[in-house]
Design a protein around this ligand. Sequence first.
Ligand SMILES: *[C@@H]1O[C@H](CO)[C@@H](O)[C@H](O)[C@H]1NC(C)=O
Ligand SMILES: *[C@@H]1O[C@H](CO)[C@@H](O)[C@H](O)[C@H]1NC(C)=O
Ligand SMILES: *[C@@H]1O[C@H](CO)[C@@H](O)[C@H](O)[C@H]1NC(C)=O
Ligand SMILES: *[C@@H]1O[C@H](CO)[C@@H](O)[C@H](O)[C@H]1NC(C)=O
Length: 542
Amino acid sequence: MKLHWTILWSLWAARLLQQPTVVVQVSGGLLRGTIAPDGTHAQYLAIPYATVRPRNRFQVAEHGPMWDGVFNAINENVRCPQRKGKTFVVGQENCLTLNIYTPLDAIPSSKLPVMVFIHGGAFYDGSGSRHLYGPTYFMSKGVILVTINYRLNIQGFACLGIKEAPGNVGLKDQVAALKWIRTNIKVFGGDMDNVTIFGESAGSASVSFHVLSPMSKGYFQKAILQSGSSLSSWAMQYRPVYMASLLAKAMGHNTENAREIYNLFMNKSDTELIVTRVPRKEGNVIISECLYVPCVEENIDGVEPFLTDIPYNILTKGDFNKVPMMIGLNSEEGYFFASLENDTTIPKIEIEKSLPKDLTFPTHNERREVAAKLHKLYFGDKKISQETILKIAKFQGDAYLSSSILEETEYILKNNDKPIYNYIFNYNGWRNFAKIFSGEPFRSAPGATHADELFYLFSQGLLHTMFESKMIDKMTTLWTNFAKFGDPTPEVTELLPLKWYPTNSTSPHALVIDEELSTSPLWYSQILKYWRQLYSKYRRKS
Ligand SMILES: *[C@@H]1O[C@H](CO)[C@@H](O)[C@H](O)[C@H]1NC(C)=O
Ligand SMILES: *[C@@H]1O[C@H](CO)[C@@H](O)[C@H](O)[C@H]1NC(C)=O
Ligand SMILES: *[C@@H]1O[C@H](CO)[C@@H](O)[C@H](O)[C@H]1NC(C)=O
Ligand SMILES: *[C@@H]1O[C@H](CO)[C@@H](O)[C@H](O)[C@H]1NC(C)=O
């Protein structure tokens, strides 16, 4: 009932209060947006950039639709199919839309830098919606912000090695969005040769994949990675047909035949495909539940691949898109994930069963030894329990996020002469909503967790700045400076009194973003250095 009233109110408010923009011509036809309710910018919402049809459900999307008349770009709620709660699925098959936000004075000759944001959500959740990724704080900085949707979960990442489901279509959707932006952004006042892609979590891993993929070449000039990498173990499936067979099995079908799995999936609704859960392996941590994610594609006649080798090989060979980059992480990535565990799962967690899947060991014994050493390093003589939950968080953050992000930096530094800026976000303020919603004991623990930095970049509806306007100003200035100049601190100012230098192989370091700015070695803890050793010895390379 309450929801109904909200919707009615929004519709009514949208009609009465929102002033239309001038009409612009894009590839699909004419469209019109609105002046945002707070009057600070123009918004063009849910512009379709590509089309999914039932027959190409697991394949690359078709060209965007063409329409007659004027398309009203006002829908705030388009998202790709995803689960809400246990059995409820929201979203629509035709979800490939993007949102564009421009300063009010932007005109086609403005040539403003363009920032394209790719949302996170473990490749199974989220959307580019302004409810979470609102543009208000960017709009006074003279840039255009674009946020995009892409297919998620099995719909985006069924990787069966056949023409009908070749894999990575969620990433190919993102490329289609980048192409659309390159073709059309001029009429909104954007510069198609001044595009920065940025993303967080799975969105950051996506940005990292665009740096690697020949398919994305030329569609962006700078890249920002926030807490995710193509090297993160959860961002790659190594045995994709087997992974799909687990879903088939959960639906009662025992087969590892790609064609049979495909026929099965094609006969199921989006809802059935999404609500069916592949049970989590006992003893493993929650991040291991990311199942349908990017993969290395087979060579298939007539299918342009997005990725044909594992990220480690591409990075170390140096065969990738070389652009200036910002690469960073949050000091306590793991709180967010540990808070999703519960009284049933926590006591069952074992380090040996929670090792990232991209570590392989020659013998079972060696695996057990490494696990014992890690247990000692994180927990000392203590057991894994509710009492040591902050240590579980540290383990998850290091193993699944921080170590891979730092490693990506190292490989990029070796093979890219463009500037690379690293940061560690450690700020603990009123808008660390990810940490605040993680509850105790995380809420009162120091540092910043996964996704906390987003709330200092993006606005959320009419939610207050919560006395954080200075930190918001710092963050959006760093990010937009980088988008404009390829340098987050082109000059030292009162707001940003420390020059942020690019890092280098001789002395790898990062900017610590906190109340005060400072610098830190890149590999900033002993335990992270140990992870680096582990990966140099045991990394899976195929
Ligand atoms: C649905 O399943 C049947 C067999 O069970 C198969 O013959 C058919 O091809 C499937 N449909 C699609 C669209 O794949
Ligand atoms: C704990 O989480 C597991 C796995 O996510 C779930 O199956 C279980 O129902 C949860 N238990 C409680 C007590 O919430
Ligand atoms: C990008 O835009 C900024 C701000 O308008 C401008 O100073 C810069 O030269 C542009 N960069 C490129 C590569 O065009
Ligand atoms: C590497 O970075 C450090 C810290 O900014 C700097 O002092 C040093 O001069 C740099 N080295 C090279 C070779 O650029």
